[in-house]
Design a protein around this ligand. Sequence first.
Ligand code: C5P
Length: 440
Amino acid sequence: MHGKSILLIIGGGIAAYKCLDFIRRARERGAKVRCVLTRAAQEFVTPLSVAVLSEEPAFTELFDLKNETEIGHIRLSREADLIIVAPATANLLAKMAHGIADDLASTVILAGDKPVLAAPAMNWRMWTHPATRRNLAQLAVDGVRFVGPNEGGMACGEWGVGRMAEVDEIISAASAILREDAAARPAHQSGPTLRSKCTGDTAPQDGASSSGALTGRHVLVTAGPTYEPLDPVRFIGNRSSGKQGYAIAAAAARLGARVTLVAGPTALPDPKGVATVHVETARDMFDAVDAALPADIAVFAAAVADWRAAAVEAEKIKKGEDGPPQLRLVENPDILKTVASRGAGRPPLVIGFAAETGNAVALGSKKLASKGADWIVANDVSPERGIFGGDHNEVHVIRRDGVESWPSLSKDDVALRLMRAAAEHVSTSQRNASQREGNL
Ligand code: C5P
């Protein structure tokens, strides 16, 4: 941060108080911090405190002639290396997404040509509202980066995702962006970068800077086995541990997505920051998936039982003298196939798994076509490979245009790599679609 200029747009939320600490900490690291306060922000922190801590004027009014003469709102945004919006309220994010410039804060953001980092903060219902999700998705496409929000108790007394990121998280996200920006700029260009924030080329490559690649997206993941009851005590199940699916849900959340995990019975704790719905049977899993849609990305990592008993006995089946009972099985709904073949409401990216014993690529490629998925993640689960229940996985990602075989990786690394690829895919598809619309 040393020698960098940060323009901090302070929005009107209770978390605005954290900005005072941010100013102090960023300045300790050698940054110059200039602040713009929205009208609502001034209800939470005063321009005087901000001015004293930043040792710069606190800017509040668009039509403040004195400041317009001395600096002007265009210069205010152009002289910054990074614009940080914190707390980024639902209202500020909505204005940013729609290019509304009706006060100084929103005008300097629109006039800016520098990277923008937003630290959202709002009640969890506002955070999960479809309008906010749409705005976040648009901002992600526009190249805006996000840090947080975190899960926790809120000023309103409720609990959920919506707490503004902590100051040290904002500092490290800001430092990562400044580092990336410096690396992206040609060595001879020492002045402020002119890179457009709309190029979308800020796709993060490392964990620290990757928060936000899925911000604004809803990712739906199925994981674990399903249990199909035979009677009140027995069931048909399988050896899936759920580890890969849980890791995918956690990775998607880490990249900023709103995540719904529909999980069959596993021994795993619910991943942090993920809405986990617990189910037992394939039919319950299907209903939970249906209820969770729409989603931007759906990952079907569950090992769903293909069959269930045609009739579930109300009482425990007794060992009789007539030998073992005859089980009649009927087919379960194929969740992946049903969702992938939907017209309206089909998630733009549908990823299935193919756990095979044999030629995983050949069998997985067949499955890609038969299920109508966009990608199939195929692996060989022969017992000697220790995939079921293990912590590592060796997968082939089969797409319609080719196969990528990944080396043996931890399930967490497979998950992060897969979710980064998925984030890139949906952003590129969305950008291409907008360009096509623009060309019409
Ligand atoms: O047909 P098979 O079970 O091998 O297909 C595997 C893929 O299909 C996995 O992604 C799995 O989650 C999904 N699947 C499903 N519903 C089923 C069976 C499989 O979603 N009933």
